[in-house]
Design a protein around this ligand. Structure first.
Ligand code: FES
Length: 161
């Protein structure tokens, strides 16, 4: 007569397998937590180094006419510093004070130019047209030209970059 029951050693193997599965699940859960947590916290560790930069002397700006000015932006890219150049348009008049618009088209990033005859900013790539305050008048741009914070500091215009 034989009795049905676990074979010798099978109980230990079953315990080992269930512990192994729990350990693998814990490892996967930990890895997912690191990825999700890292993605959530990364922006708070990124450097947001905004600073004010002298852009132009007030005396060099024609009244009411956007003047192109090239800003030098220094940023850290890994272990090296990179200098980016960005062209902005500075407008100054009595009523407005000072307004600074990024010349970068919001469609695909071409550089707009100011057309004095029409008093519009025109993008040469796909025909985007913006008015003097940067609002889209025509073409594919999805958003107005980006406006930068600016103020008059003594005899200069300073821009937040
Ligand atoms: S990049 Fe300016 S309209 Fe397309």
């Amino acid at each position: 007569m034989s009795t049905a029951g676990p074979l010798p050693g099978s109980h230990g193997r079953r315990n080992f397998l269930s512990r192994f599965v729990v350990a693998v699940q814990a490892a996967i859960g930990g890895a997912v937590s690191c990825v999700v947590g890292g993605a959530a916290l990364a922006p708070s560790f990124a450097s947001h180094t905004q600073s004010w930069q002298r852009a132009a002397a007030l005396a060099d700006l024609a009244d009411g006419v956007p003047t192109p000015v090239t800003l030098r932006l220094i940023r850290q890219d890994g272990y090296r510093q990179v200098v980016d150049r960005r062209v902005v348009y500075i407008q100054r008049d009595e009523a407005l004070g000072v307004r600074v618009l990024d010349s970068t088209c919001t469609h695909l990033g071409c550089r707009t130019r100011y057309d004095d005859a029409s008093k519009h900013f025109v993008c040469p790539c796909h025909g985007g047209v913006y008015d003097m305050d940067g609002s889209v008048l025509d073409g594919p741009p999805p958003a107005p030209l980006r406006r930068l914070e600016a103020r008059i500091d003594g005899t200069d215009v300073v821009v937040q970059v």
